[in-house]
Design a protein around this ligand. Structure first.
Ligand SMILES: NC(=O)c1ccc[n+]([C@@H]2O[C@H](COP(=O)([O-])OP(=O)(O)OC[C@H]3O[C@@H](n4cnc5c(N)ncnc54)[C@H](OP(=O)(O)O)[C@@H]3O)[C@@H](O)[C@H]2O)c1
Length: 241
């Protein structure tokens, strides 16, 4: 089961599992036309900001082996004070948490996969709000890894070439960009091994492990671009809706 599978990493995971003969249930936004169909794939049109994040699960009677809480969104923006009813927080943080408890209540014994972000650990300029939603998500599920018996795998994608950056309205290209098909293949292996936390870029993971200070040059570059962007675009919208 994969949420937010109309595009990007979610769609790549659906294709990966479907091609290997698994039965796949996936969600997408009604506005998204998916150019992939297979007999063993069922799509539900669900908007987690408008619909109940769990009600659609009632329609699935089959036992679930893997649940990938993948749906999420970012916004490249000027630093803001998040609203108490922040839509990005609802989508990125609360919805996966609600889905976890819903499944637990139903006796779920498969693997629960959380799509975090490297920015949960290592934020970049322009993504303060996104980083706090993913930081909260990742630390919440790290706490559950201690207390729960359900295996939880936390993915930390780094610059995967999806609609993420276009949807976020980031105009400049990210560093270390990776193809979603390659990343989804590796993710499937990580899920199989039930690895607790996984960073999608090996180079980034190695450098980060040696010392996050090595990567400071990239944060500085992003900081410069951030100041240039928002100095030029004073009237740029700050809200995610
Ligand atoms: N790409 C990266 O480098 C990167 C980095 C860090 C974290 N991530 C995380 O990885 C996950 C997948 O992102 P992606 O890179 O594959 O980008 P993406 O192509 O933009 O995928 C995001 C998915 O979330 C779904 N979604 C957005 N708003 C939704 C809503 N209100 N209700 C239900 N579904 C909604 C979208 O549905 P539709 O397809 O139907 O529009 C889409 O399938 C996200 O959680 C993202 O935050 C990605």
């Amino acid at each position: 089961m994969v949420t937010g599978a109309g595009s990007g990493i979610g769609l790549a995971l659906v294709k990966h599992y479907a091609k290997r003969g698994h039965t796949v249930y996936a969600t997408k936004l009604a506005s998204q036309d998916v150019d992939y169909a297979a007999e063993n794939v069922t799509y539900f049109d669900v908007d987690f900001l408008k619909d109940d994040g769990c009600a659609w699960l009632e329609s699935v009677n089959a036992p679930i082996d893997i649940f990938v809480a993948n749906a999420g969104a970012g916004k490249y923006e000027k630093n803001t004070v998040p609203s108490p009813n922040d839509a990005m927080y609802r989508l990125n943080t609360l919805t996966p948490i609600e889905q976890f408890y819903y499944l637990k209540e139903k006796g779920f014994s498969g693997t629960f996969v959380v799509m975090g972000s490297i920015m949960a650990l290592w934020p970049l300029a322009g993504y303060a709000r996104f980083s706090h939603t993913k930081g909260a998500l990742v630390t919440y599920f790290k706490a559950l890894q201690v207390t729960e018996t359900i295996p939880i795998v936390i993915m930390l994608p780094v610059a995967v070439q999806t609609q993420f950056f276009t949807n976020s309205r980031q105009a400049h290209a990210p560093w270390l960009a990776q193809k979603p098909d390659r990343v989804s293949k590796k993710m499937a292996k990580v899920i199989e091994r039930k690895k607790r936390v996984w960073i999608s870029s090996r180079l980034f993971a190695v450098l980060y492990k040696i010392s996050p200070r090595i990567l400071r040059f990239y944060q500085k570059r992003e900081n410069r671009i951030y100041h240039e962007t928002f100095h030029k675009e004073k009237n740029r919208s700050d809200s995610y809706e």
